[in-house]
Design a protein around this ligand. Structure first.
Ligand code: FES
Length: 101
């Protein structure tokens, strides 16, 4: 098996396709969902703003770059994260893709 835990989490998709995801953005995209990510994960645009509805305490803490960008966004709450900056945790999380971004 080519998936290593240190790199990310291995998702096995339909038809046996495997992808390694490291951030929530990569997991969302791998799942076939649409989410804006205008700056390609550089924490510059804020377009990947999501709400973590369940399990947010199991995720790695917000880092300075993410926190600084979140401070500039409208509609931020305690559930807010940038999908591109949020590394996968070890527990399942429930996220809400926002429609106002
Ligand atoms: S993709 Fe731009 S901040 Fe996440």
């Amino acid at each position: 098996m080519w998936c290593f835990r240190r790199v990310g989490i291995c998702l096995v998709l339909r038809k046996g396709r495997r992808v390694i995801v490291t951030t929530l953005l990569s997991a969302i995209l791998a799942a076939g969902e649409s989410i804006p990510h205008k700056c390609d994960g550089k924490a510059q645009c804020g377009s990947c703003h999501i709400f973590i509805q369940e399990g947010r305490k199991t995720l790695p803490r917000i880092q300075k770059l993410e926190n600084e960008k979140l401070d500039t966004l409208v509609g931020v709450s305690s559930k807010s994260r940038l999908a591109c900056q949020t590394l996968m945790g070890e527990e399942p999380v429930t996220i809400e893709l926002l429609s106002f971004v």
